[in-house]
Design a protein around this ligand. Structure first.
Ligand code: PLP
Length: 388
């Protein structure tokens, strides 16, 4: 088949550099990987038991396409109690992970040609979704403002692109890859410029339960009529492979996204939806034990990386450390991760996969032993490769 027969938007999407690099280095039997954002905890036992029960009860039919009503009710209560979300069960659709939630949201909210602001570095899925849906992307580099999107930067983008119909912004809080968690004050500073300019916020809060030293503050509290919230169980309950996400939004939007969702995936697996009711009804403390472990690991990795000579972005949330490669190495992020994988058998993610080639991302959702081995190897590599 000739490529010119393929939708050009698809041709314009780059394959995930992240997944490919992770795959390539996996053939090394000695490799210690701190690459993907994959919790190294098992699904809590009470949720597994609920899944078994759902099978035994023959919960094997198509669920209602919005999601099982009891699950939407449980999500409404759970996220209200955790983060103060104000959404009723009729303002929630259950999706196949946060990924489908984001994809269906982008399809529902924007029309071809609209422009969307994307603060960078960013989780690669967003750029791909915007390209696939014929949208213009306005990248805003946040590396000079502590990786926080400021109102001044939004204002600047509006002035720089007078001919664009800037319809939306994708905000990731807490952030992947930087680990930055916005403070309430930073969110309060940002909201007015978005409100004044009618810019919709797609607020990806998948790491909302993983903040250290501060509570997560959702922008949906300030902009209830122009925020779509994305969340799910992948990170908070270590359920990445179970594929449960949620979209929360104003009624008019939810009615429309429900159709997009229905005609894309119909519904997530019924068994998993029933198990997820248990996660949200009796699993309020499931993330706490993981958070405690992550915090210990974060402190260890941040300290070690600073000692090794890296500038480390303060990681207030998620499970990533984003670190600037020391100038003395004269390496960009690909040089660094390839050398580290080939010669020292440690896998990290290049910042370039997220839009910043001067940094590397470390996922500390890994065992203490893996982290300790990796830190020793990184220190050794810096020592070996630093040029005067
Ligand atoms: N959003 C962000 C910021 C992520 O880091 C990830 C996964 O790493 C996702 C969304 C996808 O989540 P899910 O596994 O629920 O599709």
């Amino acid at each position: 088949m000739e490529l010119d027969e393929i939708n050009p938007n698809v041709l314009n999407v780059k394959p995930s550099a992240m997944r490919k690099f992770d795959h390539d280095i996996s053939s090394d039997p000695q490799i210690v990987k701190l690459t993907l954002g994959e919790p190294n905890f098992n699904v809590p036992e009470h949720i597994k038991k609920a899944a078994h029960e759902a099978i035994d009860k023959n919960e094997s039919h198509y669920a209602y396409y919005w999601g099982v009503e009891e699950l939407r009710e449980a999500a409404s209560n759970y996220y209200r109690d955790k983060f103060g979300y104000h959404y009723t069960k009729d303002q929630i659709v259950v999706t196949v992970g946060a990924t489908e939630a984001l994809s269906s949201t982008v399809k529902t909210l924007f029309k071809p040609g609209d422009a969307v602001i994307l603060p960078t570095p960013a989780y690669p899925l967003y750029n791909a979704l915007l390209t696939l849906n014929d949208l213009k992307t306005i990248l805003i580099d946040t590396s000079d403002s502590g990786f926080v999107l400021t109102p001044e930067k939004v204002q600047q983008a509006i002035s720089d692109y007078p001919d664009y119909n800037i319809k939306g912004l994708i905000l990731t809080d807490p952030n992947n890859p930087t680990g930055v968690a916005y403070t309430q004050e930073q969110i309060e500073n940002l909201a007015p410029v978005l409100k004044d300019n009618g810019i919709w916020v797609i607020s990806d809060e998948i790491y909302g339960e993983l903040t250290y030293g501060q509570a997560h503050y959702s922008i949906s509290k300030l902009l209830p009529d122009q925020t779509i919230v994305i969340n799910g169980l992948s990170k908070s309950h270590a359920m990445t492979g179970w594929r449960i996400g949620f979209v929360f939004g104003p009624t008019g939007f939810i009615d429309q996204i429900a159709k997009v969702h229905q005609f894309t995936v119909t519904t997530p697996t019924s068994i998993v939806q029933y198990a997820s009711i248990e996660a949200l009804t009796n699993g309020q403390n499931d993330a706490a034990a993981m958070r405690k472990e992550y915090l210990k690991r974060r402190d260890f990795v941040a300290k070690e990386m600073k000692e090794a000579g890296f500038d480390v972005v303060h990681p207030g949330g998620a499970f990533y450390v984003f670190a600037k490669i020391p100038a003395g190495l004269h390496m960009d992020s690909w040089d660094f991760v390839k050398t580290l994988a080939k010669e020292y058998h440690i896998g990290l993610m290049p910042g370039d996969a997220f839009g910043d080639n001067a940094y590397i991302r470390i996922s500390y959702a890994a065992s203490d032993e893996a982290l300790s081995t990796a830190m020793k190897a990184i220190k050794q590599m810096v020592k070996d490769k630093t040029k005067e």
